[in-house]
Ligand binder design. Structure first.
Ligand SMILES: O=C(O)c1ccccc1N[C@@H]1O[C@H](COP(=O)(O)O)[C@@H](O)[C@H]1O
Length: 654
C-alpha cells in the first residue's frame, strides 16, 4: 500500500473527491453504479437490522481466539474470559454485533473486496491527499495540547445527543476552531453514525490551503477489512480497543494499519490493558477515563496510566522530542481545567465528544479549552467556561437539619452539604446553639477540626469561568461533608456573626440579596447564590426568560449557583416543596455552568431529576421530613442512595 502512505499530489477538487470515493458512498454515479449502489444499500440495511442472541454474540467474541497459539495469554486481559456464564458487557455486545455484521458484509456479493477497498483508498489519497500520521499530528502541536473533537449523534446509554447535526458541517466548525483530529462514530445501531458521516467530515474539514485535521474512524474494529474500509472512506487512523481485542489480534491490526500508512489510536483503561498495548507495539495510546465494561468514569485514570508508563521507563512527555509514545485522554472532559490536569502530567491529546456535540457554540467551547498553555491563564480568564457541563451529579445537599442525629444520618449516607436554616419564618429555623452542635457532628464525621479551606481563585476571569473554577473547588472540598448556613435577606453582620460563632463552612443566600452580596467578604465565608425560578403554580412553567436572565446576571462573587422554585405572586422562595421546570437547569448547564437544583425534591422524584437533567447537585429540605424540622431517616437514606444510584447510572456511557 505504498502509494497511500507516500505523499501523493493532493487535489482540492471536491468533485474528484466524490467520484473517487468507494462505490457505495459515491454521490455521482452511472446508471449501473446506481443500481449496484441501491442493491448495496439494501443489503446493508438488511444486515444492520439483524438481531443476534447472547450465545451468537459470545461465539463471535470467542471466534477472535480461533487462530491464537496461546489463547490464555492472548485473552488474559479480557473481561469474563474463561467464564462461560459471564454476562456480556455493553462494549462486548456492540463489538460482537459488529463482528457478526462484518461476517455478513464481507461475504455479501455487493460488498467491495478488501483489495478493492485498498484500491479505493489509493484513489482517495490520490485525489484528496495522503494519509496523515496520527503520531506526527499530535507531536507537531507541542506545547499545545492536540484536540480530537468527536462527532457523535447518540450513544447507547445517553440516547440521542445531537441527531440533527450535519457531520461535514460540524467537522468544518471543529477544524476551523482548531481541532487537530476529528473522531467520527461510524457505528449505526447505537451511535447513529455512518461511514458517509466520516467521509463528509474528511471532505469538508479541509481548508482552502489544503490544511486539514486527521480523521479518526471510531468503530469496534476486529477485522483488517474495517481498516481498509476506513482508508477507502477517507480516514487517517482507526481506534483499536484493547479491552475487546486479544493480544495477537491487536498486533495484527496495528501491523496492518501501519502497512497502509496509518498510525492507530490504541485505547486502554487499566494497567493490564496498557501492558497488552505496549507488547503489541502501540505508539499512540488513548486512556479511556471510563471503564467500558462498568461505564464508570474517573478522570484520574489518565493520570494513573501516565504514572504507570513512567514507572516502566517509557518516554511519552508531549514536550520531549525524544518521546517514543504519545498519551491521550479519552472521555469525560469539558473544561480548560480538565485539559490543564492532563497537560501537567505530559499528555499530548484530549478527545472530547459529548460536551462539544451539546455545546450551543462548539467553536467557542474549543477556544475556551485553552489548549495552549499560555492561554490557560489568559484565554480562559477572558472567555467562558468551555463546553456544556456533562460531569453528572456530584453534590448532594440535605438542608433544613435541626438535630445532630439527622445531620449524621445524611453524612453517613454520603451527603456532601448539610444545611442549617437561619431564616426566622422557616419551620426549620435553628438557634446558634443547634447549628454549632450540627457543625461539631459534621466535622467529627469528616475528621476535621476547623472550617473548610478553599483554594484562591484565579483573578480576572469571566464570571462563568470563575464560577466553574469555584464549583470544581467546592466539589473537591465537599468530599468530606460541609455545613451551609441558609439566610434570606438578612443583615451581613448577622451572617458573619453566625459564620464565626457556629463555624459554618459556607452560607447560602436565599433571598433578594443580589449576586454581588454572595462575596465572601460580605458573608464571612464563600456563598451559594440561590436563583429563583419563578414558577406559575397552575402550569408548572417558568414565567420569564430565566436562562438568559441568569447568565447575564452572573458575577464572580458566589461559589456556586442553586436554582430553586419561587411561586409566582409569593415574595420569596425556599422550602416551597414545589418543583420548577427542570429543562431550565439543563439549558443553563449546556451553556457551561454546573448548577444545584432544589425545590420539591423527594426520594420519589430525585432519580428522575438526576437522570433527566444530570445536574451538578441536588438539594432537598421539606421532602425528607417526618414533621417540620425533623428528618425521616428512611427518607434521607432513600434520597441519597437514589440520587447516587441514578448519578452512577446516568454517568455510564461511551
Ligand atoms: O426550608 C426552608 O424552610 C427554607 C426557608 C427559607 C429559605 C430556604 C429554605 N429552604 C431551602 O429551600 C430549598 C428547597 O426546599 P424544599 O426541598 O422545596 O423544601 C432548599 O435549598 C432549602 O435550602
Amino acid at each position: 500500500f505504498s502509494s497511500a502512505s507516500a505523499p501523493l499530489a493532493a487535489s482540492s477538487s471536491s468533485t474528484a473527491a466524490t467520484l473517487t470515493r468507494s462505490r457505495h458512498l459515491s454521490a455521482t454515479k452511472s446508471p449501473e453504479e446506481s443500481t449496484a449502489s441501491a442493491q448495496y444499500q439494501s443489503a446493508m440495511t438488511s444486515i444492520l437490522s439483524k438481531e443476534y442472541t447472547e450465545d451468537d454474540l459470545k461465539d463471535a467474541l470467542q471466534g477472535l481466539l480461533s487462530d491464537s497459539l496461546d489463547p490464555e495469554y492472548d485473552a488474559r486481559h479480557i473481561f469474563g474470559h474463561g467464564d462461560p456464564n459471564h454476562t456480556l458487557s455493553m462494549l462486548q455486545k456492540i463489538t460482537a454485533t459488529r463482528i457478526k455484521d462484518y461476517v455478513h458484509i464481507m461475504s455479501n456479493s455487493e460488498s467491495p473486496s478488501e483489495e478493492q477497498l485498498l484500491q479505493q483508498a489509493r484513489d482517495f489519497a490520490q485525489a484528496n491527499g495522503p494519509i496523515l500520521n496520527l503520531s506526527d499530528v499530535i507531536r507537531s502541536q507541542s506545547p499545545r495540547m492536540a484536540l480530537a473533537a468527536e462527532f457523535k449523534r447518540a450513544s447507547p446509554s445517553k440516547g440521542d445527543i445531537a441527531t440533527h447535526v450535519n457531520a461535514g458541517q460540524q467537522a468544518k466548525t471543529y477544524a476551523q476552531a482548531g481541532a487537530n483530529i476529528i473522531s467520527v462514530l461510524t457505528e449505526q445501531r447505537w451511535f447513529k453514525g455512518t461511514l458517509d458521516d466520516m467521509t463528509q467530515a474528511r471532505l469538508q474539514s479541509t481548508d482552502q490551503d489544503g490544511k486539514r485535521p486527521a480523521i479518526l474512524r471510531k468503530e469496534f474494529v476486529t477485522e483488517t477489512y474495517q481498516i481498509a474500509e476506513a482508508a477507502a472512506a477517507g480516514a487517517d487512523t482507526i481506534l483499536l480497543i484493547v479491552a475487546v481485542l486479544p493480544q495477537h489480534v491487536l498486533k495484527r491490526l496495528i501491523d496492518y494499519a501501519r502497512s497502509i500508512g496509518m498510525e492507530p489510536l490504541v485505547e486502554v483503561h487499566g494497567d493490564a490493558e496498557l501492558d497488552v498495548a505496549i507488547e503489541a507495539g502501540a505508539k499512540v495510546i488513548g486512556v479511556n477515563n471510563r471503564n467500558l465494561h462498568t461505564f464508570q468514569l474517573d478522570l484520574g485514570t489518565s493520570q494513573h496510566v501516565a504514572t504507570e508508563l513512567s514507572k516502566r521507563g517509557l518516554k511519552f512527555d508531549h514536550n520531549d522530542e525524544q518521546a517514543e509514545y504519545s498519551l491521550c485522554a479519552l472521555s469525560g472532559m469539558s473544561t480548560a481545567f480538565d485539559v490543564q490536569r492532563y497537560r501537567k502530567v505530559g499528555l499530548g491529546m484530549c478527545l472530547i465528544g459529548e460536551s462539544l456535540m451539546r455545546a450551543a457554540d462548539p467553536a467557542a467551547a474549543i477556544a475556551n479549552l485553552c489548549l495552549h498553555p499560555d492561554d490557560f491563564e489568559k484565554q480562559q480568564a477572558a472567555a467562558g467556561a468551555g463546553g456544556a457541563y456533562t460531569g453528572g451529579t456530584k453534590m448532594i445537599k440535605v438542608c433544613g437539619t435541626t438535630r445532630p442525629e439527622d445531620a449524621l444520618k445524611a453524612c453517613q449516607e454520603g451527603a456532601n452539604l448539610i444545611g442549617v436554616i437561619f431564616v426566622p419564618k422557616s419551620k426549620r429555623c435553628v438557634t446558634a446553639e443547634q447549628a454549632k452542635e450540627i457543625v461539631q457532628t459534621v466535622r467529627k464525621f469528616g475528621e476535621r477540626t476547623k472550617e473548610a479551606e478553599f483554594p484562591e481563585r484565579s483573578s480576572g476571569g469571566s464570571p462563568l469561568a470563575s464560577l466553574v473554577e469555584a464549583s470544581n473547588a467546592l466539589q473537591e472540598a465537599a468530599r468530606r461533608p460541609l455545613v451551609v448556613g441558609v439566610f434570606q435577606n438578612q443583615d451581613a453582620e448577622f451572617i458573619k456573626q453566625m459564620v464565626a460563632e457556629c463555624g459554618l463552612d459556607m452560607v447560602q443566600l436565599h433571598g433578594k440579596e443580589g449576586m454581588m452580596a454572595a462575596n465572601p467578604a460580605n458573608c464571612g465565608a464563600p456563598a451559594i447564590r440561590v436563583v429563583d425560578i419563578e414558577t406559575d403554580p397552575d402550569t408548572g412553567k417558568a414565567t420569564s426568560n430565566a436562562v438568559d436572565a441568569l447568565l447575564e446576571s452572573l458575577t464572580s462573587d458566589p461559589m456556586a449557583i442553586l436554582l430553586d422554585t419561587s411561586i409566582k405572586g409569593n415574595k420569596e422562595g425556599g422550602g416551597t416543596g414545589v418543583t420548577f421546570d427542570w429543562s431550565i437547569a439543563e439549558k443553563i448547564q449546556n451553556a457551561g455552568l454546573p448548577v444545584i437544583i432544589a425545590g420539591g425534591l423527594t426520594p420519589d422524584n430525585v432519580k428522575d431529576a438526576v437522570s433527566s437533567v444530570r445536574p451538578w447537585g441536588v438539594d432537598v429540605s421539606s421532602g425528607l421530613e417526618a414533621s417540620p424540622g425533623r428528618k425521616d431517616h428512611q427518607k434521607v437514606q432513600d434520597f441519597v442512595r437514589g440520587a447516587k444510584d441514578a448519578a452512577k447510572e446516568a454517568s455510564k456511557g461511551f
